[in-house]
Design a binder for this molecule. Structure first.
Ligand SMILES: [Zn+2]
Length: 53
């Protein structure tokens, strides 16, 4: 009987940016640095739209 170790998966988590999360000041959700800018732009609009209602 041979133990199966073929399911071993290697992840490349050396990139620290994968762990960095920035909190959105509008909805308090966390996003990656690559996505926070884009999110903030749309989130800000959304928050303002909600407030106006
Ligand atoms: Zn947000």
């Amino acid at each position: 009987m041979v133990p199966s170790h073929r399911t071993q998966v290697k992840y490349n988590y050396t990139d620290k940016t994968l762990y960095v999360q920035i909190q959105c000041q509008y909805c308090n959700k966390t996003y990656k640095p690559q996505g926070i800018k884009k999110h903030k732009a749309s989130c800000k609009k959304h928050q303002q739209a909600v407030r106006e209602q």
